[in-house]
Design a protein around this ligand. Structure first.
Ligand code: DC
Length: 215
């Protein structure tokens, strides 16, 4: 079974997708981590995130895999915590906007789904581009202030909430207006608004939808 989940930064996709995968006995795929890993490698090599050809070379050469907890490995080495740095976060939208970067990453995502015999995948284009025929497709949303509040708590820096909100809105804009695979809710994708709901409420809603559907 493939469950595809999209939504903007900080909508709670990762937490929910991870618990959903374990409830369903499926692998979890964090596709944002893959674009973050490519971005980290672009920066490590001193390349320009705006240069599509250079970024594409990195995306096609990088050796990505996942450990048993679903954490990304770069040439066998943990990508965490480096892929979550402020520097990577501020350049990842530019790197992931290049179509030639996305092609090899999308191919890898599809081959992992085959290798694992199904998965719960979360990102920006899971429901629209990568797995449009997934058995279950969801779009998780929340207001930017709620998303910033959650991110700040997660990072343990509640006083940074305003800076985080501005950054989240900037990334939303870039991710949803880019030419290739923009963030959008496709037809037939179930919308879940997560403002005021905790991860358990959202997980319950997803499980009920999946178990209640005839597919
Ligand atoms: O989910 P995240 O914040 O870790 O994602 C990091 C960035 O990667 C995000 O700004 C957009 C990009 N991304 C993407 O373009 N396509 C995906 N499927 C997942 C993430």
């Amino acid at each position: 079974m493939i469950v595809a989940i999209d939504g903007p930064a900080g909508a709670g996709k990762s937490t929910v997708a991870k618990s959903l995968a374990s409830a369903l006995g499926l692998h979890f795929l964090d596709t944002g981590a893959m674009y973050r890993a490519v971005t980290l490698e672009v920066l490590r090599r001193g390349l320009d995130p705006a240069n599509g050809r250079d970024c594409a070379k990195v995306a096609s050469e990088i050796e990505l895999d996942f450990d048993a907890q679903g954490k990304v490995l770069i040439a066998g080495e943990p990508g965490e915590p480096h892929i979550r740095s402020h520097e990577v976060t501020s350049h990842v939208s530019a790197v992931s906007a290049h179509g030639e970067v996305r092609d090899p990453i999308v191919a890898l995502q599809r081959s992992l789904a085959e290798r694992w015999g199904g998965l719960v995948a979360e990102g920006r284009d899971m429901t629209t581009v990568v797995f449009p025929r997934a058995e279950h497709r969801f779009f998780l949303n929340a207001s930017s202030s709620e998303r910033a509040r959650r991110r700040a708590l997660e990072l343990g820096t509640p006083s940074d909430v305003e800076r985080i909100r501005v950054d989240i809105e900037r990334r939303d804009r870039l991710d949803s207006t880019r030419a290739v695979a923009p963030l959008s809710r496709g037809e037939g994708v179930t919308l879940i608004e997560t403002d005021g709901k905790d991860a358990n409420d959202v997980l319950d809603t997803l499980l009920r939808t999946i178990r209640g559907s005839s597919k």
